[in-house]
Structures are given as structure tokens and as C-alpha cells.
Write a protein that binds this ligand. Sequence first.
Ligand code: CP3
Length: 336
Amino acid sequence: MSKLLNCITDKQTSYMPIWFMRQAGRYLPEFREIRKKNTDFIKLCLNERLSAEISLQPIYRFDIDAVIIFSDILMIPYGLGQKVEFVKGLGPILGDLNFNVVLNTKPDDFIKKLSPIYQAIKRVKTNIKNKSLIGFAGAPWTLLMYMLNKKSPKNNFEINKIIKNKSLMRDLIIKLEDIIFLHTKEQIKSGADIIQIFDSWAGLLPKDKISEYCYIPTSKIVKNIKSLKTPVICFPKGLGENYIDFCSAVQPSCISIDYEVDPMRIKDKVNGLPIQGGLDPKILLKGENEIKKNIDHYLDVFKNYPYIFNLGHGVLPETKPETIEYLIKYIRNKNG
Ligand code: CP3
């Protein structure tokens, strides 16, 4: 069994698995080289040969335990017929949302449109032996947010403008629950042995809307994925105090924490649920002593606990690959 499954399914603690969110990405010169020649990001995600190659890049460099498929959470809106573009300096820009097109997209057409992603997973699978292969999707709320806001919500986000039509929201959420499950099921059929659900903007939800937009839809998807005997890691970024409620409401197989969550506190409150991540990615831009001190904190808190080493969000583009290498060696020397 792979190291991640040992940790998540069997709750083994003798070895601490390591991987990184956004491990296949812009901090790697070999990724930038491919990206330079492939200016259309969506097309790159749909190039099965290149996306398999990019997924594998980090394991050629680092002694990590998992491969995450190179793709994007916004491939779902794309598969549902919404225009998605990645503009340098601006991030993702989406076209107007045509509700009829989205709500009437047939599962078979969706799968056909995204089939290169599933083919890429098959290719990656034949190239890895004892490593886990992580498939992923965005959570309903984060996808709904991008589909309606049509860009990053970093500036001027007003939730009430976004979710004003209640019955439409309900229809969209139901469609997203189905399509997210379909997308993850296809990834599992193609060889993914773990699924991670990214709810990167869960923190935008006011307390009285978290259940409706985050817990309830996510728990349906988690239940469906678990019924396929595949573990699910959930990353509801920004939930703060509500991380603990999330775990009891959603029942993921593993919870990925962000850098605002106190690792000691969550460990004490989740009844032995496997935990992943936490370290602030900005720490990796600092000096060696600062890095060591912060890693030590997570290693101390999670000693003899089923814990997967990862960050509290994705690797930043400014990170030096040598720092990642150093971090892995440091943990391996201490934790087998
Ligand atoms: O983790 C991995 O290595 C696998 C690949 C992966 C990408 N995106 C590739 C990517 C994964 C798992 C994602 C998830 C994703 N995409 C999330 C959830 C995680 C998170 O960061 O919160 C979100 C919110 C997105 C949407 C998205 N995609 C944004 C906001 C952006 C632009 C800014 C940014 O963070 O890079 C992207 C582009 C993107 N997705 C790049 C990569 C490698 C950079 C593309 C480029 O400009 O070269």
C-alpha cells in the first residue's frame, strides 16, 4: 500500500508521508519551460502527454510520496461550457455564466470534453510504483464562487450579490455536486487512489451560510467518493474556528489545515482523524533557522499521530526548489 494510504486508512504513524499542494507548478524551471511554449493554460491542462509529464516533474526531483495530477479546479466550469481563461498577472477570468448551458450539460459530454485529464492520469499511473496518485476537484462553493464572480474574489467581494437568486443557487449546487462526483469518479477509474477536495474560498462564507454552501454539499460528495472505497482529503481553507465543525459535519478521511489553524488545538478535537498540512508557504521564503523552527513545531505536535506533511496552501512561485529539497531531507532525517 502507498505511504499516504498507510497513514489515512490504517492510521500508521511510523513514517510521515510528504507531498505539496501545487508541487507541479511555477516554482519549477522545468514547468516554466513548458508553460512558456504553451500560452493557453486550459489547452495545456488538456494535453495529456504534457500534463502527465508536468505531474511527474516533482518526483524526478524530490523524495515525495504522492503525485497530484496537473490540472485545475476550473476545468469543471470549462467542462460545463463556461469560458475560462488565465490572464498573466490577473489569474483566472471566466466568461458570463449561461445557466441553461451549465444546468443542461450531459454527463457524457462533460466526460468527453475532459477526457484528456483522465488519459493523463492513466499515463501517470503507469510511471509510479509505490506513490499515491491524487486526483482532485474544487468544492461546490469555491466553484460556484468563481462561476458567478468570474474572477478572483480578492478585491471587492460581496457575497449577497453573488447568491441573490436562491432557487438558481440550489439548482447550481445540485448540478455541481453531481458533476464534481462524476469528475472524481472518472479520475478514480483512471487510477487516482486518493481525492482531495479544495474549498479554497470557504473562508468567505458568513457563519450562517457555511452549512448550506459548504458542509451539506461537500458531505454528499465525500460520502459518494468514500462509497468507491477511496479516501477523501478535504481542504476548507479559511474556516478558522469552524474547521472542527466541518470535520464532524463532513466526515472526510483526512483534513488538510491551513496556516491559520492551531495544529495542537485541532489535533485535540478531531478524535484521531488524520491531518495534513499547515505550514505557512511563506516560511519557505525565509532563512534556514526559521524554516527548521517552524517545521519542528509541526513535527512535535504530530509526533505519533497520523499526519501527512504538506503546507497550509500551495507552494509559492517564488519558492526555491532547493528549499523544498532541504525540507524533505530535514524531515526524513528526523522521521524515517
Ligand atoms: O497542486 C498541483 O501541483 C496540481 C495542479 C493544480 C493547479 N491548480 C495548477 C495551476 C491544482 C491542484 C490547482 C488547484 C486550484 N486552482 C485551486 C485550489 C488550490 C488553491 O490554490 O487554493 C484554485 C483556487 C485554482 C484556481 C487557479 N488556478 C488560480 C486562482 C490560478 C492563478 C493563480 C495561481 O494561484 O497560480 C490558477 C492557475 C494555475 N493552476 C497555475 C498552475 C500551475 C499557474 C498557471 C500559470 O500561470 O502558469
